[in-house]
Unconditional design. Sequence first.
Length: 268
Amino acid sequence: MGSVGRWDKGAKNDTADVTTIQTLLTSAAQVQGNPNYDPKGITGVIPKPPADSDTVKAIEAFQRLFMTQPDGVVNVGGRTFDRLVEASGAPPAPAATLGAGGFFPFAKLPKDSWKTGMRRFEANRNKGLRAHAGCDLYFPANTRIHAIADGVVLRDPYHFYDVVFALDVDHGDFIARYGEIRTDCPLKAGDRVQAGAPIAQVGKMKTVDQAMLHFELYDKSASGPLTEQNQERSKKRRSDGVPFFRRMDLIDPTLLLDQWSKNLPPGP
């Protein structure tokens, strides 16, 4: 990863790197309850001049926690990056936990990024009344879905939305919800899955043309049902207060999917 932030301070601002920092800032704003850290969108872009960038403003606001003269630049391995990872609640070192051996859920990468548009974590749903609780990976219906790591199925496949099902698997460090799968998934509660092995297939809804895997992650710091139906009881919220309708330990899977994208499972 290169530098992100003020162009006039030499930041490189590659799209993938900007997206990563914007994702961390968005999470930090929510976790810390400080809207000044919110980049106001995950676009992958730092406009010129940098004074017009909400991302740069968010970086500088965050740097004021520990710097008397914020420079508006984030360098990987630097103090701002390390503090930002910590403040965002993201896994501080994915490679030391599940990330090192984790597989991407598909044998190839989707054509459309899970970090942009309606596919990204926190995107608006229901006309802005709900925040997207996962990342959507667009693939044709019936495409095989692979386990991200060894794990145990927590419950039988169950109805998720429209005519598609979901599968919840405890992978040790995380619980993964594999959503919008076909109804004929053969796994049952208590079954063990092997890292990289096929576990389900992409389903197809009647009301949406695009087939996908809707992928959610939970860090296991909470208990109970993953979905919260009541808006008032939905404590997990975006930085602007919009609820996810999910359990409090929901985490953004973006950074881990980025890492697992370098480790594709074998097979079709």
